[in-house]
Write a protein that binds this ligand. Structure first.
Ligand code: SF4
Length: 332
């Protein structure tokens, strides 16, 4: 690992000023960043430790939602009573990722910013990777791409976002609160991540030195009926081939609103609005779920090795919607 300077920030303002002036990077749990430094994928000169800035609260908001500090660990968030009761899909998604040890270290902000696990990105021995070395090409296109994107990719990059938590946040209409040299901003979750286009090295809309302070969730209509289903090559400690976060709100026996987001299929959590809208006013049964799943996957553009993700995605959606209804059986 390349030598680096380390400094513990005394406050949010201190951290932002330090990163802004020095070009350093924020260090929270370090579970992804330090791995990438050890592998010589990233080599920052300066790490600014933000673990003692008090960004660790999970608090109900006056409007019935919750505000989650960016320094809350994944374990603390998944097991928080408010999250387990009001946003169970978020708890499920987090607990499906990584290991207990990693979840005890990893933070909400870091989870949002974790990098793709495309093997060509993770191993600098491979010369071609537009995300790691802009302009060098994409080795995955003609190489191994079984785990890669089927939505929203480009000829520059076909990598996926590896976060489980982000898929659940996508159906909960989260808002990401950040602060930077230009002041605070509130970013709707749908605008937080960016598709690769010609610049796959840019993965989100954060400006230089902006620091994620918290994630806010509005009151959820899906507290009683939601599910996160993760399909992967082995049952634990593996990234999703396809995952589905779903929520259903019922009124008078029919679907009043529904939300579906897919993971493992794009560089962003992938919402499917046409499929969601197709369910409104229909009964929550197999025919409704299967029709929505077909719509959700209709525009997929698989690569040579990952066409299996299309039927897998359909099955994941149907199963997740079915489990959401089962989970809510007995609720009003
Ligand atoms: Fe790099 Fe993206 Fe291509 Fe993977 S898919 S090699 S991350 S440019």
């Amino acid at each position: 690992m390349k030598p680096f300077a380390f400094r513990r920030a005394a406050s949010v303002a201190d951290a932002i000023a330090e990163v802004s002036e020095s070009g350093g990077v924020y260090l929270a749990g370090g579970t992804n960043l330090v791995d990438l430094m050890k592998n010589d994928v990233l080599h920052p000169d300066r790490l600014i430790d933000i673990r003692r800035l008090g960004l660790t609260s999970v608090a109900a908001t006056a409007s019935g939602g919750v505000r989650i500090g960016s320094g809350v660990t994944n374990s603390a968030l998944a097991n928080h009573p408010l999250i387990r009761s009001q946003y169970p899909v978020l708890s499920q998604s987090i607990l499906s990722g990584a290991t207990t040890q990693l979840r005890n270290m990893a933070t909400v902000g870091g989870n949002l910013l974790q990098r793709t696990r495309c093997p060509y990105f993770m191993q600098p021995e491979f010369g071609q990777c537009n995300k790691r070395r802009p302009g060098s090409g994409c080795a995955a296109l003609a190489g191994f791409h079984r785990e890669h994107a089927i939505f929203g990719a480009s000829q520059s990059c076909v990598a996926i976002n590896p976060s489980d938590m982000a898929v659940a946040l996508a159906i909960l209409d989260a808002v990401v609160h950040v602060e930077g040299p230009g002041g605070p901003r509130a970013i709707p979750f749908a605008e937080f991540y960016t598709l690769p286009g010609d610049t796959p090295d840019l993965e989100n809309c954060l400006l230089p030195a902006e620091l994620i302070l918290s994630v806010e969730l509005p009151a959820s209509p899906y507290a009683d009926r939601s599910w996160y289903l993760k399909l992967r090559d082995r049952h634990s400690y593996a990234f999703a081939l396809v995952s589905a976060a779903v929520g259903i709100d019922l009124a008078d026996g029919v679907i009043a609103s529904a939300a579906i987001a897919l993971g493992g299929v794009a560089a962003t959590p992938w919402r499917v609005p046409a499929a969601e809208e197709s369910m409104i006013g229909r009964p929550p049964d197999a025919a409704t779920f299967e029709a929505a799943a077909r719509l959700a996957m209709a525009d997929a553009q698989p690569l040579a090795q990952n066409a299996f993700k299309v039927p897998l995605g359909r099955q994941a959606i149907v199963r997740a919607l079915t489990r959401a209804i089962t989970a809510g059986a007995g609720s009003g």
